[in-house]
Design a binder for this molecule. Structure first.
Ligand SMILES: [Zn+2]
Length: 416
């Protein structure tokens, strides 16, 4: 086992990162040796060695389509940078996967690895300033201070400018790992200072294999879900392990069969939006209560959930509530987005059948429905329907009320 195991179908990226981790390790070792020599030398510091070419740098941008494993790659690299395996002295590459450094970095408890995973639709100036301040600190463990920004595309422009300063003038042992779907999602000034790594969509078979091998999912189910999500690891895993998610997908894929009459259209739209809201509510129940209790305890509230808060702390509670509300909005939006992705994938299959393509269907498990819709319509109509789904996505991005956007889509599918 190594830190790279979770990365599926990304051999080139792994090669790059492993080389950088090796050079990073050499830098740390050389510097430690230098300061040791300085401490024992009677005439002050020995001359700095000429710096050799290195594949290590302090700012990286991981891009790739959703599900390709951007964040997984960044976290694996963070772990490799913290590897303290004694075998490294014998020439093995850093990133063993089980030493204390690797392990704590991977599970998220390493003191020098901060993973920023925003549940919010955007990341603002204040949060970014806090991070930048933290990035100035020397690493507690003496190796690297690593900050993983999983959603660098969600930075507001102001926040981006705050980050830019930090990336321009980094502390000597600080490493920024930014993740975004594409380079266009990050300010040009920032991306020009980052080394770019592009992940690809992993092959379906590789995803199925990993789900079966690492998550113990029955091979047949693993294969079907990897195929249905076309190599999106996170979604495939969720579908394979969460029965409710599977039920929701099944409901979404029934929609194309129910749009013949207006009533069916509107009901489908309502159900879709309700399911997304339900998802958000469930997450809120799991997380919000605990968060709120923790904050109240930290603020020193009198015991019991109705206990009085000390004077002047109401603002902090209000902040948390705002944050939770925004998170609920994002969860609902994300769930809807997944449903729309499933719908596009369905119509793509319909189109494939209509055009007589021999490519295997993504939604092979609902082949009957795909073939029925394909028979009853034309390729031209299918294209218009795909456009209708994509238009709904755009509308949601622009903050159109979900039910309004989805209803408009359902009616467009019917007319299409
Ligand atoms: Zn290690």
């Amino acid at each position: 086992m190594t830190v790279w195991d979770e990365l599926v179908g990304q051999d080139q990226v792994i090669e790059h990162l492993a080389a950088a981790a090796r050079d990073a390790d050499a830098l740390v070792t050389a510097e430690a040796a230098r300061s040791e020599a300085a401490a024992s030398a009677p005439h002050g510091e020995p001359p700095r060695p000429r710096s050799a070419a290195t594949s290590m740098t302090h700012a990286w941008l991981f891009t790739g389509p959703p599900g390709s494993g951007r964040a997984t790659a960044a976290r694996a690299f963070a772990a490799a940078l913290q590897c303290v395996s004694p075998d490294r002295a014998l020439g093995s590459a850093p990133g063993c996967g089980f030493c204390d450094g690797c392990h704590t970095a991977l599970i998220g408890s390493h003191a020098d690895v901060e993973v920023v995973r925003s549940e919010l639709l955007s990341i603002g100036v204040k949060d970014t300033r806090d991070l930048v301040r933290r990035a100035q600190l020397a690493p507690a463990g003496g190796r690297w201070q690593v900050i993983v920004f999983e959603d660098a595309d969600r930075l507001t422009e102001g926040a981006g400018n705050v980050l830019l300063k930090a990336v321009e003038e980094p502390a000597p042992r600080t490493v920024w790992l930014l993740c975004a779907p594409s380079i266009e999602d990050v300010l040009p000034t920032i991306r020009s200072r980052c080394r770019l790594l592009t992940l690809r969509t992993p092959p379906v078979a590789a995803v199925a294999d990993m789900l079966a091998r690492r998550d113990g999912i029955a091979p047949e189910l693993a294969a079907a879900m990897a195929q249905a999500t076309q190599g999106h690891i996170g979604r495939a895993r969720r579908l394979a392990t969460d029965e409710r998610a599977r039920a929701r997908r099944a409901a979404v894929l029934r929609m194309p069969l129910r749009i013949d009459e207006v009533g069916g259209c509107l009901r489908s739209a309502q159900e879709l939006v309700d399911a997304a809201a339900e998802d958000a509510k469930q997450l809120a129940e799991e997380v919000d209560t605990k968060e709120t209790e923790e904050l109240r305890a930290a603020l020193g509230a009198a015991s019991g959930s109705g206990g009085r808060l000390p004077r002047g702390t109401a603002g902090a509670v209000k902040d948390l509530q705002d944050r939770q509300k925004k998170r609920a909005t994002r969860t609902q939006r994300d769930t809807l987005d997944l449903a729309l992705t499933d719908l596009v994938s369905f119509y793509r299959d319909v189109l494939a059948v209509q055009l007589g393509s021999t490519v295997p269907l993504a939604n092979a498990d609902v082949r009957d429905a795909v073939e029925r819709v394909a028979r009853e319509t034309s390729a031209e109509r299918t294209l218009r329907r795909i456009e209708a789904v994509l238009a709904c996505r755009t509308a949601l991005d622009r903050n159109v009320a979900p039910l309004l956007a989805v209803e408009a889509m359902a009616m467009a599918l019917r007319a299409g």
